[in-house]
Design a protein around this ligand. Sequence first.
Ligand code: SAH
Ligand code: SF4
Ligand code: F3S
Length: 448
Amino acid sequence: MNEKKLLYIETFGCQMNDRDSEIMRQLLAKAYEPTDVIQIADAIIVNTCSIRDKAEQKAYSLLGTLRKRKRENPELIIAATGCVAQQEGAKMLSRMPHVDLVVGPQNIYQLPELFVKAQQLRKGIVATDMAKSFHIPPFLPSLQQGQPHKRFVTIMQGCNNFCTYCIVPYTRGREVSRKHEDILAEVSHLVAGGVKEVTLLGQNVNSYGNDHPAHSRTSFASLLRRVTEVKGIERVRFTTSNPKDLSEELMQCFTDLEKLCPHFHLPVQSGSNAILQRMNRKYTIEHYLSKVEKLRSYSPEIALTTDIIVGFPGETDEDFQATMDLIEKVRYHSAFSFKYSNRPPAKSCQFPDPVSREKKERRLATLQDRLQQIALERNREYIGSRMDLMVEGESKAADGQWSGRSGTNHIVNFQSHDAFMPGQIVQVVIQEACLHSLRGNLLPYFLP
Ligand code: SAH
Ligand code: SF4
Ligand code: F3S
């Protein structure tokens, strides 16, 4: 019997890439078993992200360290996948000649054949074609013993929005939505295998289905309803949404659907209308704030999180102050904030950018300080309240410490000498608030 070879995958970037890595592992499972130890792997996939310069550098630096490994072991297969691979194509091979395969996100389904070809040809292969009529094939995830209780389900790929700073439309192509039947089949399959929570993934889930013919179109809100109706599912989440497309139909789901978690990631990017316009975000701050208010009227407990870019080309002190004012108005439960990074061919690279690096860094630090204070203040508001948690597992920090996640997406730690299964729901009363987590006391099950 042939022994299986070992496959190591390093994943950078967003949950789309996490899900793609799972798919690649499964596609190659006939010949390769996964390993967490890169040194002993027979094949290495670096699933890259291109969203900021730093992410791209990380991918190149890991690929660079593999040059020596390939010299010592020419049989080793090295593949670069993901957004940098798509963007760079053959250029990647000239910079990294020890790489065997450069594969774009739309081409990962060809990996088994590409691996065979790479072994036979022994020269770099590039597979980055983006087909006009690309469809995400129906693909049922493998279910093993000890698998996670929560999984990602990609519902669409690509983006049509062309925010001027963003590389994603160039690396992932135009929006392609999966058929709702395929998505529901995948969710049912996962739930039958014991999965309790799914997160539906897309770069802009609100435009789900817009690329389907009108007669067979399903809106994102109706897809969400149907996913929450899958028998046995406990929790449903989704990410991410451009505020311009946030509909009342979707807001209504937060009132109606008990299984839909009360958390909304609504990237604002900037508090200044002038900057939003140059970013091509297609909403104003007034528009954004009115959507936030409406969303909270549909679901008063909803936790809001966001993404913010600091130092967009030409951002003035007043523009930055507008972002500081905005976070006081919305009071996000948490936020990711980034320093603007030039990503050619994204359009903003051509915009004049007179602001110094030091100034941008100071602005980012000021913003992050205040975002953290607000997050802590928000967390303190939960003290004394009751929360349902989905157990994640035992905490490594101390004996008898468990960790769970609330519907609002907070990590909550609690003490108990009982044993819990990941995915099990427990109730706690919150006692203490830290910046990144809460601490609660477990309630006995019989409490109403
Ligand atoms: N589709 C998602 C965004 C995915 S990228 C959405 O529209 O919400 C995740 C975040 O990275 C973005 O929200 C943005 O804040 C940040 N980002 C994207 N391009 C960037 C760039 N060129 N420089 C800095 N941050 C960037
Ligand atoms: Fe990028 Fe904008 Fe599309 Fe998000 S909506 S992926 S930020 S182009
Ligand atoms: Fe990065 Fe591509 Fe995701 S650029 S954030 S891996 S879509």
